[in-house]
Every structure is written in C-alpha cells, then in structure tokens.
Unconditional design. Structure first.
Length: 358
C-alpha cells in the first residue's frame, strides 16, 4: 500500500509492520493542501438549478462560516465579473413552510428577524411582525384583505379560510401580486425570516454577514435582486470527509482507501492543515474523538501516517511533546479545552473518522 511520491529525503523500507507494508517517507507539508477551493459556474436563475450544478460538479454551494470566508467569497464573485452569486444558505421560508427560491428585496431590507411585506412598487420590505397592515391571502386567486392585522393575525385569518398568506415563487407571480395590491400601502405576504440560517450542506454556523446573504444570494456590490439571471453559482470543493458511521481504526482505513474519490485516512502535517480540519469539525458541530491517519509502528516505535509519510516536524499532541510516550498504537483528534488535539487510542475503538478527498 503506497502512497504518495515525495521530493524529500530519507525513506526507510519496512516489509512486515503490523497491518500493512509501508515505505516511510519524510516530506514537507504542502501549503493550503486541505483548504476548500471555490468555483464560479455559469449564471442560473433559480437556487435549485444552482444547487444541482454544484452538487453535480463539486461538493455544494458555498457556505460562509466566518469573516475570512466571507471576504474570500466576495473577492471570487468580483473577479468573476458577476453582480451576485448563489450561496448555500436558506434562513427564509414562506408561511406554508416552502423554502424561498425567488427574492425581490428592496435596497432598504435590513431587519434581522422580521416578517415580509410587499410595497406598492412590488419590492419586498421587512417589518416588525407586530406591525399592523392589510394582507393578502392565496388560495386559487390573490385576495387583498382590507383589515389591519399583525403578521401572525393575518396568517391565522388566512388559515381559517383554508388558505395561507401569499407566497411568491417567481417574477411573474410578483407582478400579479403587485397588481392585486392595486396601489395600496405595504401589505403582508407569507415571507418570514428566521434568525437561524440553514446551509444546504447541513453545516452549523453562527456567522451571518447580513440578511441578504442568509436568504440565498451573496451580494457584494449591493446589486438589485431583480436581476437574479446574473447570479452565478459559487461552488466549493471540500477535501475533508467526515464519516457519519463509527468504525475501528483499521476498518476506517479500509473504508477511506476503497472509495474512488477518497484517498485514505486524513493526515495533518501543518498548522494550516489543522486549521482547516478544526473549521470542518466545528462546521459539523463535532465534539467527539475522530480517527485520523496516525499510526505507531510496532517495529520502529515512532508515529507515521497511514499514507506512509513520517509524522513531523509539526505535531499537535495533547501534552505538547514531539514524540510522546503512548499506550496505544492508533491516533485520533480529540477536543481538549476547546481545541482539537492529537491523542492515542485503542485501535479497536469504534469512532467516526476523517478521510482525505481527492
């Protein structure tokens, strides 16, 4: 079983180490080896088409988990000469539970927790949900109800009459609703913004740059949301796979080696690698230990990666030593005082595990 080529130094042949034959190779860590890569595709009018294109070609629509990623995404969109891009966020729903796939926010849309209303000009505004205004129900036709109610009261009124507050799924529907409003002041529609942002790749994040980013698009230049035909899917490719099932170290290694798009258990050779791994584990809200490719040679007594590369010079053991005294022969990442550190574990333990993605 081997492995990767190396430009560097010192290799030691080993033919009978436990579990696999291997050549130990020392090498320098490649910078940004595990960092996500971003790709802009051709513009798509619908979020569903953008999502499908990213999943078909890469991993998913991009997710934004901190200010650094937000800046990187903005730069990618500007370089691509697009006014905006689809991202993988959905914190917006209609009152009937359907996801929002079309948006028409005005430039003044700034509230963080709010209910949606349509202005006489057809743009969407966000108001405090306890405000009172006319509203529009939708059953088969669009019906303007000339009663001043809060958003919740309006929704209850509609449901008692076997309908919901109106939802708008495309530009044509937006125009029909605008015509039905017939010049009235803002009226409630079924749009709701919930503070919790749900990402299409099921990631976990507290970060939210603004409400527009949370509702499906990323608008670096404050572009008009009417022109979604210019929105290009901003996709990413991830190089770290986190298993959902638990296996022993050896079974995890076999799993990671047997799938075409995977390249063995994960190795962590630098602080850059460690940073990307921590970002991914935090994104998936994982606090339990996970297997990585660390393995102690029973013959030579030092730690190696399952790919054949020697461990070091950078290490991240819990006690801070370069080559600690350990009781077990397999290595895992374990959260310790808020930081993910290396630790030795009994190889027979069944843990979730990290694979490298080609």
């Amino acid at each position: 079983m081997i492995f990767s080529s190396s430009q560097d130094v010192n290799s030691i042949s080993l033919k009978t180490d436990h579990l696999f034959s291997v050549v130990f190779i020392s090498s320098q860590a490649q910078k940004d080896r595990l960092q996500k890569k971003f790709f802009l595709l051709e513009p798509q009018k619908q979020i569903t088409d953008a999502l499908a294109a990213c999943k078909r070609n890469y991993t998913d629509l991009v997710t934004i988990y901190d200010q650094v990623e937000n800046a990187n995404h903005s730069e990618a969109v500007v370089k691509g000469s697009y006014s905006c891009s689809w991202i993988g966020a959905n914190g917006c729903t209609w009152s009937n539970g359907d996801p929002v796939t079309f948006i028409n926010f005005s430039r003044n849309f700034t509230e963080e927790r709010c209910c949606g209303a349509l202005t006489a000009h057809g743009a969407w505004e966000c108001f405090n949900c306890s405000s009172k205004m006319y509203f529009m129900c939708h059953k088969q036709d669009h019906i303007l109800i000339s009663l001043n109610k809060t958003w919740i009261e309006a929704q209850l009124y509609c449901t008692k009459n076997q309908s919901n507050l109106v939802s708008i799924t495309n530009e044509m529907e937006n125009e029909r609703v605008k015509e039905a409003v017939n010049g009235s002041d803002s009226v409630w529609i079924g749009f709701q913004y919930n503070y919790k942002v749900v990402w299409s790749d099921d990631g976990y994040s507290h970060y939210k740059e603004d409400v527009k980013a949370a509702c499906l698009t990323f608008l670096p230049n404050n572009c008009s949301t009417r022109s979604l035909s210019t929105c290009a899917p901003l996709c990413y490719k991830r190089f770290i796979y986190v298993s959902t099932e638990k296996k022993s170290w050896e079974a995890a290694l076999n799993y990671c080696m047997s799938y075409p798009k995977k390249d063995g258990l994960l190795r962590i050779q630098s602080e850059d690698d460690q940073r990307e791994v921590e970002r991914e584990l935090k994104r998936q809200n994982i606090t339990e230990p996970v297997w990585v490719g660390l393995r102690k040679s029973r013959l030579f007594g030092f730690w190696i990666w399952s790919s054949g590369l020697m461990v070091g010079p950078w290490t991240n053991w819990q006690d801070g030593r370069k080559d600690p005294e350990t009781s077990y022969f397999c290595g895992a990442l374990e959260k310790n005082n808020g930081t993910y550190m290396w630790s030795d574990k009994d190889c027979r333990l069944e843990l979730r595990f990290l694979c490298e993605v080609k």
